[in-house]
Structures are given as C-alpha cells and as structure tokens.
Design a protein around this ligand. Structure first.
Ligand code: URA
Ligand code: SF4
Length: 212
C-alpha cells in the first residue's frame, strides 16, 4: 500500500518495515529529522534487551552519552544504576532510552551545557521512541523527569504532584513518572540529595513489585 508521505515525519520515513532493535538503531544513526544532529556527536539510541519488563525514558543524552553513543552512562546513569540495585531491580531487566536522541547543548567556556529540547525536536524524534515501545512492549514504562513525563502522559502532567503513581495509559500496562536522576544530583545539599535519592528508590520499589 502506498504510504501517504504528507503525514510522515522524516524519522518515520527511516523506520524499516519490520524493524529489529539493531535495524532501528542503524536507521536512527542517519536521522536528520530535526537540527540536533548537526551539533550532536552521534545519535544515542536506546539500549537493553529485546524482551525486558521495564523501559526507562529520559530526556536526552548528556555530554558523556553523546561522546560514547550510549544512554545513561554518565553521572545520571550511575545514580540510576545504584537506585535500581537498591530497589532490587536487575539492570538486565531494563531498557533505557530518551525522548530525544541527540544531545542539545550550548557552550559555556570550554564546557557543553545541557539545553532542554523544544516541542519541535521532541515531536520530530517521537517516531523512534514509539518504535522502541512497539517492539519491546514493556510491562512498565517509567518517565524520568518532566520532559519525558509530559511527552508520554500529556503537557498537563505534573511530576511534582503525580510522581510514583501508576497513571492509566495505552502505552503499557503500567506507566509511572518520577524525577530525573539529574535533578537529584543538582540537590542543593547532602541532606536533600539523600532524601531525594530515598524517594526515587521508593518509586522504583513500586515498579519492582508489579514486575515480580
Ligand atoms: N540524562 C538523560 O535524560 N538521558 C541520558 O541518557 C543521560 C542523562
Ligand atoms: Fe533525529 Fe531525534 Fe536526532 Fe532530531 S534528535 S536528528 S529527530 S534522532
């Protein structure tokens, strides 16, 4: 059947007919559906096994992810790993990805500072995330932070009010949003950081229960 190109974004056009995780990843490596490919080092696609129960969706790769090409390998990823362990969730049971697959940044001195993706970039990148969800069909999707939460659950969603709750959604049997691990790293003092880590682990424990 001829596909109606009018309603397809550039990313959708790249998705192979019967994708696998690796063919998706290769296709995404050539994506130019928004301008972020120009300044990012490479597409940072999701990572994990094909059959996992839990999918974590972050905002976008950070500096280390951009350089290594792998999601959640920097400071936020290390915090996530530790929290998963504390909640008794095997990292091998998870797939990690992002709403936007290229690092958006602005220079500050010699450093590259994270810049929030806008709705055009989020929309342009969405076919990749949808394809990942369709392929993996996770039992649980966890949005990390407001960008992922609002992209998956709607612009009215407030992480501050609804974190850690399972929200009815057609995306997966269980969908939850919680804070982004980077926000914990930015806590103003040790005590707050400790407290926020505990709350984050408590949220992860709720999903540990439903996958057991
Ligand atoms: N923050 C994210 O949202 N995603 C990553 O992959 C790394 C840091
Ligand atoms: Fe494509 Fe997403 Fe990268 Fe934009 S951010 S170029 S849509 S992979």
């Amino acid at each position: 059947m001829p596909r109606n190109k009018t309603f397809k974004s550039a990313a959708e056009e790249l998705i192979p007919p019967r994708p696998t995780l690796s063919s998706l990843k290769s296709a995404a490596a050539n994506c130019q559906a928004c301008d972020l490919w120009k300044t990012g080092t490479q597409t940072v696609f999701g990572e994990g096994a094909r059959r996992v129960k839990v999918m974590f969706v972050g905002e976008q790769p950070g500096n280390e992810e951009d350089l290594s090409g792998r999601p959640f390998v920097g400071p936020a990823g290390r915090l996530l790993d530790d929290a998963l362990e504390a909640a008794g969730i095997d990292r091998k049971q998870t797939y990690v990805t992002n709403v936007v697959k290229h690092f958006k940044w602005e220079p500050r001195g010699k450093r590259r500072i994270h810049k929030k993706p806008n709705s055009l970039e989020i929309g342009a990148c969405r076919p990749w995330l949808e394809a990942e969800i369709a392929l993996i069909k996770p039992d649980v999707i966890v949005a990390l932070g407001a960008t992922a939460a609002q992209s998956l659950l709607g612009p009215q969603f407030r992480v501050t009010k609804q974190r850690g709750e399972f929200i009815p959604s057609t995306l997966a049997p269980y969908v939850m949003a919680t804070v982004h691990p980077s926000s914990i790293l930015r806590a103003p003092d040790d005590e707050t950081r400790h407290l926020e880590s505990r709350r984050f682990i408590d949220d992860l424990k709720k999903l540990a229960k439903v996958i057991k």
